[in-house]
Ligand binder design. Structure first.
Ligand code: 8X3
Length: 254
């Protein structure tokens, strides 16, 4: 049985998830890299000497495979980073694609609940387990065209808070990181259904949006505080984004 601390990161195939897996490896954790895309998590696990699990957080069998992987490593889980999530579409509420809304609730809320519930015994078996949910500034405000995603990320925030209350007398912490504008390879591209121009417009003129490593750094810090310290929530944005609609953009040539 390994004496190394163990972490699980969902949505580890790219972006914030992959960066977080690397950051936790650098902190000395054995990282279980979970995501739907097998080849990607296997490559990442090989790179950081971790464990790859093909896992769709919305699928109960997949989540069972994730639990089995943690059990095979000794059964105690020090850190769970619920990162799998995403935005699908940007239609106004009046034109909402209800199926896309369901998928957003499914991955950002139900998937997170399913994984957390399944891994809670392992977290409680560790000396000081911690769950870090990756929320969003979209879970703090509303914005036009964001309806389905903002509703789902508000759900992520509320589930985090509820679980913290429910586990108040147990040796486990439940925290949330809420990033604002983060430029990753896939987030905006997925939201705009592969429309590269629309995705690029999100970051247009912003000199330095956050990158995945900035958020991974924050998560890594949150989950490595002493056991009595709970950084309940951490909002992180680029300097250029003072608020959701207050973004400093420099026009080309100026
Ligand atoms: C991502 C932040 O601004 O796209 O979670 O809603 S935003």
């Amino acid at each position: 049985m390994s004496t190394r601390r163990t972490a699980v990161v969902t949505g580890a195939s790219s972006g914030i998830g992959a960066a977080t897996a690397r950051a936790l490896h650098a902190e000395g954790f054995h990282v279980v890299c979970a995501a739907r895309r097998t080849e990607r998590v296997e490559a990442l696990a090989t790179e950081i000497d971790g464990t790859a699990v093909t896992c769709d957080v919305t699928d109960a069998d997949s989540v069972r495979a994730l639990v089995a992987a943690v059990e095979a490593l000794g059964g105690a889980l020090d850190v769970l980073v619920n990162n799998a999530g995403g935005a699908f579409g940007s239609a106004p509420v009046a034109e909402a694609d209800v199926e896309a809304w369901r998928r957003m609730y499914d991955v950002n809320v139900i998937g997170l609940v399913q994984v957390t519930r399944a891994l809670l015994p392992a977290l409680l078996a560790a000396p000081a387990g911690i769950v870090c949910n990756v929320g969003s500034t979209a879970g703090r405000i509303a914005y036009e065209g964001g309806g389905g995603y903002t509703a789902a990320k508000h759900g992520t925030q509320v589930v985090t808070e509820t679980l913290r209350l429910e586990l108040y007398d147990r040796p486990v912490r439940v925290v949330e990181v809420a990033p604002g504008m983060v430029r990753t390879d896939e987030f905006a591209l997925v939201r705009y259904d592969g429309d590269a121009e629309a995705a690029a417009a999100v970051y247009a003129g912003v000199a330095e949006p956050l990158v995945a490593e900035d958020v991974a750094d924050a998560i890594s810090w949150m989950v490595t505080r002493p056991a009595h310290v709970s950084v309940d929530e951490l909002v992180i944005r680029p300097r250029a984004q003072a608020a959701q609609h207050k973004v400093h953009r420099v026009e080309p040539g100026r």
